[in-house]
Write a protein that binds this ligand. Sequence first.
Ligand SMILES: Nc1ncnc2c1ncn2[C@@H]1O[C@H](COP(=O)(O)OP(=O)(O)OP(=O)(O)O)[C@@H](O)[C@H]1O
Ligand SMILES: [Mg+2]
Length: 250
Amino acid sequence: MNPTVLELKAVSQAYEKGHPILQGVSLSVPQGSFVSLIGPSGAGKTTLLRLFNGMVWPLSGEVWVEGRRFDTLKGKWRRQVQQQVGMIFQDFCLVEESSCLENVLCGALGRISLWRALWGNFPEREVQKARQALDLVGLGGREDTLAGSLSGGQKQRVAIARTLVQEASVILADEPVASLDPGTGKAILELLRQLQETQGLTVVMNSHNVEQAMAFSQQVVGLRQGRILFQGPADVWDAEKLRGLYRRDS
Ligand SMILES: Nc1ncnc2c1ncn2[C@@H]1O[C@H](COP(=O)(O)OP(=O)(O)OP(=O)(O)O)[C@@H](O)[C@H]1O
Ligand SMILES: [Mg+2]
């Protein structure tokens, strides 16, 4: 079994007092695995992902990233760990008026000075890295194309290339193919799986597409009302467990 790269230990979280979102969640993600979170809207999937990139703090419990206690880290130590964790989103989060290359170079911002970045003066090695990343995601030759003029699938490829330039070891993917047609969505998930298998990346994905989550993941975690109801590989999930996960409270 590979070492654990992401871990929650009895984590609870609330955005407002008296309204718990996550309730005593414990989870460990092995390095180099593909894990999906499924569950009804509002279950806390996005909140759980955000714990791992520091956009959300736990009220209690512990968040561990790459063997380091993350939720109590501050300053540059916190940023070092954040560098390891890339994120991609349903709506891609690109600068539409900038080129593909410039968008991908944003992944290098943690390594270069703000002034160099503001002047667009990126070191040649970073530019090379960004070109290679675009090649790897199938967008070689599109360096100068404006991100805003790309299709949704191409935009998600640029966002993935940005995490590669960030040199992240983990990609958190919050409904990464929810805005794409089925064929394009499948191609993006295949790219993520290819990166997981060939580059040793860990992928944690939120999805409302149960079939896709089952097809692409080694572990599927079912979250309901802020608690893990069930987790396991696709073959141990059955119709009854899925019904329990998505049942409507009357
Ligand atoms: N920034 C915030 N401030 C206050 N409440 C929030 C905030 N973000 C999320 N919530 C609430 O936390 C709960 C869980 O939200 P979250 O986005 O984690 O769920 P989700 O499982 O990702 O849902 P979906 O499948 O619809 O994306 C919801 O009730 C939501 O309204
Ligand atoms: Mg969500």
